[in-house]
Write a protein that binds this ligand. Structure first.
Ligand code: SF4
Length: 464
């Protein structure tokens, strides 16, 4: 999973793109980068590096960079595909000598990458599926870059929200299954158009949300602000928007897949409470900040228990789920959280979290809560058991590392393993209720194993 940004219009596109990317830091912090076509030299400039936006895209990069079109990306490396900072880009020449500058940013993960590599042999430098997209472009036919890209994306399968930077303008593409979000925004004052993975980037870019890029749409925005739209035909009846975006990744101050992020997360908590109401006895609800805070409000309201911030988070710590290596993850959890002893001492605590993936965070938090005097700890998750790996761009680990798979989705055994008095998951039915009125337009594959794209080559990368 990654965060992508694009902007066209005005003269300071790199500055605004870096600001938008900063707002999407929660979507990945392995590396980041920007690409723009320099106004004076007609040259494509790409700056990228390992680390966070504030470190890599400092004022040294963006100040004085004059360009009216720019794309940018935060990378969080997808399982098995190596670490290759984006944007990917460069120049290529046609047989008639015409030169093209192109760069692209990608959020998602393609299926059938090996098939594409065989069909379009090239000098691939990395394992990245996004590099394959870039390498396919010279093979495509068309008078304009838009025609080439339209032909190219019809060759792709899987999860892809893409923004291309070309001399003809920006081209945004969202796969017909709609796995990952991509939204269009506008800054009226400078007559700029903006693209981003999440709406909150527009606040930072001083723009506003216009609409979602619809699944299967190819949207071309020219330098003069003219918009043209084409479509990739869909092969499936329903969409496969990633339900985990609502559960864990996307910020609640967003609209996501047409739903308000805050109230959807609250509904997840409410549905979870409905399933345990009258069964669970406890004194206080304590959320794991920040990803469980909003859902916990819905949970506490519905179940009728006080909500207290019994766990505090150090704000400069990164998200542990997207930190590499088990040892690093454990150290990161200890650095990230602290317990408010007065809140939990002598209490029966309902510890609410979004999901159990490896269970690293929960295991350590439960130890810390017991050490702080909690009498009982009942863990509640507002997602069903995560039993399958994701092959559409979320870095869930191999099945063997997933605690729900290891313990056969047996909540009693899972509770014992992580040191809780009980563990309760939201059921798939409860999750679907929270996603109504269009629950059928979501992917739940990591929970139920129903992969919407049955691509064996991708599945074999992560599912043993
Ligand atoms: Fe999202 Fe899970 Fe589907 Fe991956 S498998 S796209 S994480 S719902």
């Amino acid at each position: 999973m990654c965060g992508v940004v694009g902007i066209i219009g005005g003269k300071e596109a790199p500055f605004w793109a870096a600001r938008g990317l900063y707002a999407l830091q929660h979507r990945g912090h392995d590396s980041c980068g920007i690409a723009f076509i320099n106004d004076d030299a007609d040259q494509l400039e790409i700056h990228s590096g390992k680390g966070a936006v504030a470190d890599v895209l400092s004022h040294k990069v963006t100040d004085g960079a004059v360009s009216n079109a720019c794309i940018a990306q935060n990378l969080y490396t997808t399982f098995g595909l190596g670490h290759s900072p984006q944007p990917f880009g460069g120049s290529f020449w046609d047989e008639d000598g015409s030169k093209h500058h192109v760069a692209l940013v990608h959020n998602g993960q393609l299926c059938g990458v090996d098939r594409l590599r065989r069909k379009f042999p090239s000098m691939y430098r990395s394992q990245s599926d996004s590099e394959v997209i870039f390498a396919l472009l010279p093979h495509m036919k068309g008078e304009t870059m838009l025609e080439r890209i339209t032909q190219l994306v019809s060759e792709l399968e899987g999860a892809f929200s893409l923004v291309f930077l070309t001399k003809e303008g920006l081209i945004a593409v969202r796969d017909p299954d709609g796995f990952r979000p991509l939204v269009l925004g506008r800054d009226q004052e400078n007559d700029a158009y903006m693209l981003a993975s999440e709406v909150n980037a527009f606040d930072m870019m001083e723009g506003h949300f216009e609409r979602d890029i619809k699944p299967g749409e190819i949207v071309h925005i020219s330098h003069s602000g003219k918009i043209t739209i084409d479509h990739i035909p869909s092969k499936r009846e329903n969409l496969s928007q990633c339900v985990f975006e609502h559960i864990y990744f996307a910020r609640p101050d967003n609209q996501l897949f047409g739903k308000p992020g805050y109230s959807t997360q609250k509904r997840l908590g409410t549905e979870t409470a409905k399933e345990v109401k009258g069964i669970m006895e406890a004194d206080v609800v304590v959320p794991v900040p920040d990803s469980a805070t909003i859902a916990s409000l819905g949970f506490a309201e519905e179940i009728g228990l006080p909500l207290e911030m019994g766990i505090l988070r150090h704000h400069f710590a990164s998200r542990t789920f997207i930190t590499r290596g088990q040892g690093n993850r454990e150290r990161a959890v200890r650095l990230k959280f602290n317990i408010v002893k007065d809140v939990v001492k002598g209490k029966r605590v309902v510890l609410v979290d979004d999901s159990l993936v490896r269970s690293t965070t929960s295991r350590i938090l439960i130890k810390m809560l017991r050490k702080s005097g909690a009498k009982e700890i009942h863990m509640v998750l507002f997602s069903p058991h995560i039993q399958y790996s994701c092959v559409y761009g979320i870095n869930t680990p191999t099945r063997e590392e997933l605690i729900a798979y290891k313990f056969d989705a047996d909540s009693k055994r899972i509770a014992k393993e992580i040191g809780a008095d009980s563990v309760t998951y939201l059921t798939k039915e409860g999750l679907e209720k929270a996603m109504e009125p269009n629950a059928h337009d979501y992917c739940y594959a990591c929970m139920d194993g129903n992969y919407p794209i049955d691509d064996k080559s991708s599945l074999s990368q992560s599912i043993s």
